[in-house]
Design a protein around this ligand. Structure first.
Ligand code: SF4
Length: 334
């Protein structure tokens, strides 16, 4: 595709306005301009939208995405649009959630990456757990495959997990797959949580010692921790929650300094979107999320490979949707 000098100049200015805060020079913005322009043009031609999880790279979040956020929120946003095609820049299971909630739309994912948490459990594992604990209700975190969601009674997100646990009729809950999230939730409920052994390779890496160092250097800083972190890290936190909870906290808090104990993409978002706040400390990259490049997204839009198109059976969609619907029902009624 060819673009005029004027179109390129306008695009460089648009990109630099957001990416400049993250250290991108005008030259670096110019280098990606032809791809972002082509993607944005193709989106219109194909009536497509691009969803980007907050752990994507800034060029994707600010260059081509129509919506940026967490996986469930993005899938719900897509539902409200009239788009025929959804390109979901994220890991595979998140695109599956979009397909479950938008079965009439075509959903594509630019890189076919799963993740340590979603891969830790299969549908058969859930069926076996049910046999072992027949009286327990089964909740699966949204970071699971569609096949796993189809075997559960209710889904939950990191933002509403406790609410879903409390809203279930059973006193015993099989909570899969995140062992650390279950450990963090157990002290907050009287119900017995039966844990699985999955972990997120990003969040389990943070150390409580590093956080204490930041606190010593910046005693007024607020420490915001994702609930996939270890309980030792959560103990140091002012807030344990989801990516959306963390961003809302930074947006609304009176303080100026924050440490976001999560993947680097969210730190980038906070720096780009809250220029009056100081975001401290280091972060960890998710290798699965970072598999997606602008060029993959362009190819996925132009001529997707078979693997880039999300295919789920009607039965899986129906059963997995029941788990997601149950989550919504509990949130609305508790
Ligand atoms: S951050 Fe953790 S849970 Fe999220 S995709 Fe990466 S490995 Fe999976």
């Amino acid at each position: 595709m060819k673009f005029s000098a004027q179109e390129i100049q306008k695009e460089v200015a648009r990109l630099h306005k957001k990416l400049g805060a993250l250290g991108w020079t005008e030259k670096a913005c110019e280098d990606i301009t032809k791809v972002t322009l082509e993607i944005n043009k193709l989106k219109k031609e194909k009536n497509a939208i691009v969803l980007a999880h907050s752990y994507q790279t800034p060029d994707i979040m600010y260059g081509i995405a129509d919506f940026v956020g967490d996986s469930y929120g993005l899938s719900m946003k897509a539902k409200k649009t009239k788009a025929d095609l959804i390109i979901f820049c994220s890991v595979h299971f998140m695109a599956e959630t979009a397909k479950i909630l938008n079965p009439e739309k075509e959903v594509r994912v630019p890189a076919v990456a799963s993740c340590s948490l979603a891969e830790s459990i299969t549908a058969k594992d859930v069926r076996d757990l049910r046999k072992k604990h027949p009286k327990a209700g089964v909740i699966c975190y949204v970071n699971t495959s569609a096949a796993v969601k189809a075997e559960c009674d209710a889904c939950c997100t990191s933002a509403n997990a406790l609410k879903i646990i409390e809203g279930m009729p059973q006193d015993e809950i099989i909570f899969v797959p995140d062992k650390l999230m279950a450990q963090n939730l157990q002290p907050l409920t009287k119900k017995k949580l039966i844990k699985w052994g999955g972990t997120c390779i990003v969040h389990e890496e943070f150390s409580d010692k590093d956080i204490r160092e930041i606190k010593k250097l910046h005693p007024k800083a607020k420490i915001l921790v994702h609930s996939e972190c270890t309980p030792r890290v959560v103990k140091e936190a002012d807030l344990m929650g989801s990516t959306t909870d963390m961003l809302n906290y930074v947006k609304n808090a009176k303080g100026k300094q924050f440490m976001l104990v999560t993947e680097c993409g969210l730190k980038d978002r906070a720096i780009a979107e809250f220029k009056d706040k100081e975001i401290l400390g280091s972060c960890i990259l998710c290798p699965y999320m970072k598999e997606i490049l602008l060029e993959d997204t362009l190819e996925c839009l132009k001529s997707p490979s078979k693997n880039q198109i999300i295919k789920l059976s009607e039965t899986t969609i129906k059963k997995a949707k029941r788990s997601l619907d149950k989550m919504v029902e509990i949130v609305e009624n508790v």
